[in-house]
Design a binder for this molecule. Structure first.
Ligand code: COA
Length: 439
């Protein structure tokens, strides 16, 4: 049988395609801008006929109707990175959260710790050789599909064709649903003056010839805006946003000094707008790889001058970084933060950077705190932390004592909270104010 014949016999209507999903199965959904929305809609219609189906995925931006109260008992979501669409359900106990390094997600599918029954993926139509491309995101999905018992593919002619280790053969797909619909887009985040100030401080740490990783949120985007005058930057990252495009077009990002994959932008997925999807389409500058490769700290460390920029929600005075929860309320996930912090700290000339605004809630509270809120999750430990950056400056913590860390962090806290932080450190005897001299 030719691959064309094989393909044709696999084509079904969406509702027919998801009939194979039975009670007690685990279903993986292709995340981010690659979410196969037609398949997810069909799965929702199947809801009343199944019980206890676990839906597992990384960050998605779609409607996530499986967390609706009326779906209780039919579906239960397990988030490996919590998006705004499922945050409330996780915190109301209607969905679960699995904290995991992005570099280790695929291993769970492979070693049987988290077996996948059905993978819902979205890919391009097959090329002349019968290969479909994962397009805007290969991350954990190619290996989820490779390890799933059943692969249902939404074949979308609007999915860009990209390059790298990001293809699946028609013979690896069990069911095909053909669509033509725009991909999910991520709304641009608002970049405030504070983000710009932080971006400038971070950009001051990034040397010409560095290789960048940029995490999620407004700050990584603000950093990109401040790199216009840099030269010969490279990219090795899990994700990339629209704001990288001007730097690539102007030649600031050219990868010429990269020590692995020279000239190539190595990434796992893009999160952004149609403009970005069109930009990566058939663009040989981009090389998409699974997360177990992009996020492997050993691979990351082979890049020289790796500048890894991620954000946090709270940092305590010893340098512990909380990034996935606000107290006991789960907010996002671990993602690739630790993978890149570890990789960048092991490489020649690397700079692992945590950048965050000094305050939250319109300036009412400090994000640099004496102690993390009860329940706050440490994502980057005080052993792994290096640079912490706010709009007030840069604190270098690695290899420094608790006293030196406290001094450095108080300096980059908002001035209105500095006295309170100092007083706490005096009480714990971590800092002593110099005795006033009598004359
Ligand atoms: N106490 C109470 N509320 C806080 C807070 C604190 N200490 N810190 C932040 N918040 C609130 C903010 O005010 C904001 O609320 P709003 O949406 O009502 O304005 C919200 O929490 C989000 O904070 P913000 O700093 O704007 O988040 P962000 O979009 O810039 O993302 C992280 C920051 C840390 C959540 C994000 O980088 C992340 O999820 N990281 C996960 C780990 C990681 O870095 N992985 C690598 C990339 S996947």
């Amino acid at each position: 049988m030719t691959w064309q014949e094989d393909y044709r016999r696999k084509v079904m209507q969406p509702r027919e395609a998801v009939q194979c999903i039975q009670s007690n199965m685990r279903v993986y959904i292709h995340p981010g801008c690659a979410e196969p929305e037609t398949l997810v809609e069909a799965l929702m219609a199947r809801g009343p006929f199944v019980k206890n189906v676990e839906i597992v995925h990384l960050l998605t931006t779609g409607r996530a109707d499986y967390i609706a109260p009326q779906m209780e008992g039919h579906f239960r979501h397990n988030a490996m990175f919590i998006g705004s669409n499922v945050r409330q359900a996780v915190n109301e106990g209607r969905a679960d959260y699995t904290p995991v390094f992005l570099s280790q997600v695929e291993e769970m599918f492979e070693n049987g710790q988290m077996p996948i029954d059905v993978a819902l993926i979205q890919v391009t139509p097959p090329d002349a050789h019968g290969f479909c491309c994962f397009g805007v995101g290969v991350e954990a999905t190619m290996n989820a599909a490779r390890n799933a018992k059943i692969v249902i593919a939404q074949i979308n002619d609007q999915m860009p064709r990209t390059f790298g280790d990001c293809f699946i053969q028609v013979n690896e797909i069990d069911v095909v649903v053909e669509v033509s619909r725009p991909l999910c887009e991520l709304r641009p985040v608002e970049i405030t003056q504070t983000h710009h100030d932080i971006g400038k401080n971070v950009a001051g740490l990034i040397e010409d010839g560095a290789t960048l990783q940029l995490g999620i949120g407004a700050i990584p985007d603000a950093v990109l805006l401040e790199l216009k005058d840099h030269r010969d930057l490279g990219v090795h990252t899990e994700m990339l946003s629209d704001l990288a495009i001007p730097l690539i077009e102007s030649g600031v990002i050219n990868g010429s000094r990269k020590t692995i994959h020279p000239r190539k932008i190595v990434l796992g997925f893009v999160l952004g707008s149609k403009k970005l999807f069109d930009y990566v389409n058939n663009n040989p500058q981009f090389e998409f790889h699974p997360s177990k490769y992009t996020n492997d700290p050993f691979v990351i460390s082979q890049n020289h001058k790796m500048a890894a920029v991620n954000s946090g929600l709270q940092v305590d005075i010893t340098g512990q970084v909380c990034a996935d929860s606000i107290g006991t309320s789960f907010y996002s996930g671990i993602g690739g933060q630790v993978d890149f912090i570890r990789g960048a700290s092991a490489c020649k000339g690397g700079k692992p950077i945590i950048a965050l605004p000094a305050t939250a809630k319109g300036g009412a509270i400090s994000r640099i705190v004496p102690m993390l809120d009860p329940g706050a999750g440490v994502v980057t430990s005080r052993g792994s932390v290096h640079y912490v950056v706010t709009e007030f400056g840069v604190a270098y913590l690695h290899g420094r004592t608790i006293r030196q860390r406290a001094e450095a962090l108080i300096e980059i806290a908002h001035p209105k909270f500095q006295e309170e932080l100092y007083a706490y450190c005096e009480k714990t005897r971590w800092l002593q104010r110099p005795a006033l001299q009598e004359n």
